[in-house]
Design a protein around this ligand. Sequence first.
Ligand code: NAD
Ligand code: UPG
Length: 480
Amino acid sequence: MVKICCIGAGYVGGPTMAVIALKCPSVEVAVVDISVPRITAWNSDQLPIYEPGLDDVVKQCRGKNLFFSTDVEKHVREADIVFVSVNTPTKTRGLGAGKAADLTYWESAARMIADVSVSDKIVVEKSTVPVKTAEAIEKILTHNSKGIKFQILSNPEFLAEGTAIEDLFKPDRVLIGGRETPEGFAAVKALKDIYSQWVPEERILTTNLWSAELSKLAANAFLAQRISSVNAMSALCEATGANVTEVSYAVGKDSRIGPKFLNSSVGFGGSCFQKDILNLVYICECNGLPEVAEYWKQVIKINDYQKTRFVNRIVSSMFNTVSNKKIAVLGFAFKKDTGDTRETPAIDVCKGLIGDKAHISIYDPQVTEEQIQRDLTMNKFDWDHPLHLQPMSPTTVKQVSVAWDAYAATKDAHGICILTEWDEFKKLDYEKIFENMQKPAFVFDGRNVVDAEKLRKIGFIVYSIGKPLDQWLKDMPALA
Ligand SMILES: NC(=O)c1ccc[n+]([C@@H]2O[C@H](COP(=O)([O-])OP(=O)(O)OC[C@H]3O[C@@H](n4cnc5c(N)ncnc54)[C@H](O)[C@@H]3O)[C@@H](O)[C@H]2O)c1
Ligand SMILES: O=c1ccn([C@@H]2O[C@H](COP(=O)(O)OP(=O)(O)O[C@H]3O[C@H](CO)[C@@H](O)[C@H](O)[C@H]3O)[C@@H](O)[C@H]2O)c(=O)[nH]1
């Protein structure tokens, strides 16, 4: 029986391994982590992450061929294939601070694999890593290998949160990079044999190691670039009276461009896009390519601009001050169908409003008050470390309260900001909400989820990102 061990039971390690266990009943899969609460949660009915369909997959395999454990060394020692899916945060200090990937967790996992192994192993990079990481890992693994042979593969993960199970069941592609040697080819084949249990042959791509590592950073950069492109257009739409939804529909109809990932928003968030582009920028700079670095940096600059622009629009529309006004924030997660708040645009928008002395009442169906307070007090990039190593927030932000539903959040509010596209925000009773708000009542829709015309008929002043502006908003221009 092939034994797989995955180091890191997070958003990637948990779901990917659960799906491998489900699709390959003859493979034994152990997911290990240094975080005791995480593993306890994986072994309970309350899984540590919210992901549609995940509970069902875990229930079907846990205890049969899927195990969650904190006994990292034992499972690594016994495994034939070791996936490494640990954190790769952005460095906050020293060389490359603010851009380069911090490979501390990766390095410590690699050293531990080298120390405890007593048989040959395939070691798979599942985390997103800089190009050429495999070379460094190889050096660590073989430095003191006691004659044990290690083959390194790059198998980056392309799942998106909220649709992780769907993406894993039917991936657009599985990418496997390996050394171009007989041993390397054999290792690639061994991993391919696992995926080919459910992924069609033509969707399993094999490349050299460096192409696989770089393709992951490139794919995220291209996706984020589409969003920054449409968001840049949204500013121009507002200035000219064009409608960004119509523009992106017309643009996306070109089969060379395609319709996906062209939704204008308050900005992209999530644990990957910004981090991976910063990493790409750093790699370009290190390789003497400042023009290429500058090109990709612009994707992040537009994303920051979009968030600032949104806050400025709110403040300028409300007579240039939100001081002591109640602003209801609907949605805090970085996208719908997840409770994940890593790099959510809601953090920057809330901080911007708090900076202007607003009182904020937040409602998100999946995010806890504790998480929101942590996010609003944590330093940039601190979120991307194992939970027990993150600094505890010593203070809470007093201007922020968290409500149980959208009606409580919006009661007596002067304005509403919609920051996550949860379906339930489309179906709220906006007449009731309007009655309970201060007047004039504003809605700032950062996701274009509400029917703006319907809300205007009720009496709201509505700002929809990238859409023609109300007369009110035209009269109160926002400076970005
Ligand atoms: N979240 C996503 O959607 C996504 C998608 C594709 C790729 N990635 C990449 O995958 C990697 C993991 O991301 P994630 O979102 O799962 O992170 P995560 O923080 O949810 O999970 C990482 C886990 O690794 C554990 N860990 C860290 N060092 C360890 C060690 N030495 N031994 C055992 N466990 C250790 C942590 O405790 C944590 O539970 C990152 O490189 C990320 O960029 C993430
Ligand atoms: O048209 C769009 C599409 C997305 N977003 C925003 O972009 C962010 C990222 O969304 P998405 O890509 O769907 O979620 P992630 O889970 O961050 O997934 C991305 O990052 C993962 C981690 O690397 C990759 O594996 C995935 O392929 C890649 O889509 C979110 O804030 C979305 O709201 C938009 O604003 N407009």
